[in-house]
Design a binder for this molecule. Structure first.
Ligand code: SF4
Ligand code: SF4
Ligand code: SF4
Length: 356
């Protein structure tokens, strides 16, 4: 739902932030970051913005946004000033051994490491599958198919891999979805032939099939995403085969605020490929990693959804802080990650078109 803010424009806020910068010049600097920011358990999937340039340090010190962390100066999160602002690492460094669509529950005992899925994917020109090596997960995973470079080679859900798999390690979920749709059509007196010819949209319309198809779940970092920082970007939603079924938008003067509804995402990674932010602001994670990550998002001590709510609340109630947050994030993205402007799409296309 659109959110509204009366009486003051964004231009006013930008002016206000400069005033705040001057007023904050006397603010105490070199505060210590909260110890919890020293990194999460296991794999640390985010990084801080360590400031090196004296001019940048002076500017953010004037705003009271510089913390000491491990002997270095990091930028503080304007929403949580005792914590370093954390950004999800680029997708190339956030890879997971995700299985192709339709992986059966007993995938590892069924997969005979024949590589047929790999060849089918390569012959189709998608190159989404590679075969796992020893370093991916030992003998258990060796030779099994992995889809882990979604930034460059997402899964197109062509389903060729499921058709060629000789053991059912990858199940023919689309065919099963079509059969189920045909049965439903017959029971309802509908068109059975048409039901059998439906395309991949069927995969998310049938809950049981969706669960069987799922490779992972996509997660957007609101501190990197253009749509959460004053931008108008719907590149991920537009690239998603299921568009507005999967995505949710909250509009206000600070942006489109794009979210993935986890219950509908199959984890194909087309959104990761489409994101214009360097290293992608949206990553696909295996389900267990996704749920672990959203529980204590970027070690903020709050869930992913509470963090999103905090951003929206600050945008409503504290526009000066919201403006600074947005400025900081845009500067980080532009300076450190870069933006592929030609990839920015502002209209929903394809399956998602017109349903925002
Ligand atoms: S469904 Fe995905 S992983 Fe399987 S062959 Fe097609 S592109 Fe490759
Ligand atoms: S949100 Fe991304 S990963 Fe999920 S179904 Fe859409 S394109 Fe695929
Ligand atoms: S494509 Fe990237 S920047 Fe654009 S809305 Fe999606 S996650 Fe955000």
């Amino acid at each position: 739902m659109a959110r509204r803010r009366d009486g003051i424009t964004r231009r006013d806020f930008l002016k206000l932030s400069v005033t705040i910068a001057a007023a904050a010049a006397a603010a105490p600097v070199a505060r210590m970051a909260a110890p919890a920011d020293s990194g999460g358990e296991g794999r640390v999937y985010y990084e801080f913005w360590y400031l090196e340039d004296p001019e940048t340090i002076a500017y953010y010190e004037a705003l009271g946004l510089v913390l000491e962390h491990n002997g270095r100066k990091c930028l503080a999160n304007p929403l949580l000033p005792d914590r370093c602002l954390a950004y999800t690492v680029p997708a190339e460094r956030d890879r997971w051994p995700i299985k192709p669509p339709g992986a059966s529950k007993d995938f590892f005992s069924r997969c005979i490491r024949c590589g047929l899925c790999y060849f089918a994917c390569s012959l189709a020109g998608y190159h989404a599958i590679r075969l796992a090596g020893l370093g991916d997960g030992g003998l258990r995973m060796l030779g099994t198919p992995v889809v882990d470079d979604m930034r460059n080679h997402p899964c197109t859900l062509c389903m060729e891999c499921t058709r060629v798999c000789p053991t059912g390690a990858l199940e023919e979920v689309l065919e099963e979805a079509r059969e189920r749709a045909a049965v439903r059509a017959e029971q309802a007196g509908g068109n059975v032939t048409e039901a059998r010819e439906q395309d991949i949209e069927l995969l998310v319309l049938d809950r049981e099939i969706l669960e069987k198809t799922r490779m992972g779940i996509a997660l957007i970092d609101p501190d990197l995403c253009l749509a959460w920082n004053s931008g108008d970007c719907k590149s991920c939603a537009s690239a998603c085969p299921f568009g507005a079924v999967v995505f949710k938008f909250t509009f206000n003067p600070w942006g489109v605020h794009t979210e993935v509804k986890p219950e509908y995402c199959v984890g194909c990674g087309k959104c990761v490929h489409a994101c214009p932010v360097g290293g992608a602001a949206i990553h696909v994670l295996p389900e267990d990693e996704y749920w672990r990550r959203v529980k204590n998002y970027k070690n903020t001590g709050m869930s992913y959804w509470d963090y999103l709510k905090l951003i929206l609340r600050v945008e409503d109630e504290d526009p000066a802080t919201a403006t600074i947050r947005s400025q900081v994030n845009v500067e980080y993205v532009q300076k450190i990650r870069g933006v592929e402007e030609e990839k920015i799409v502002t209209e929903l296309k394809g399956a998602g078109g017109g349903q925002a």
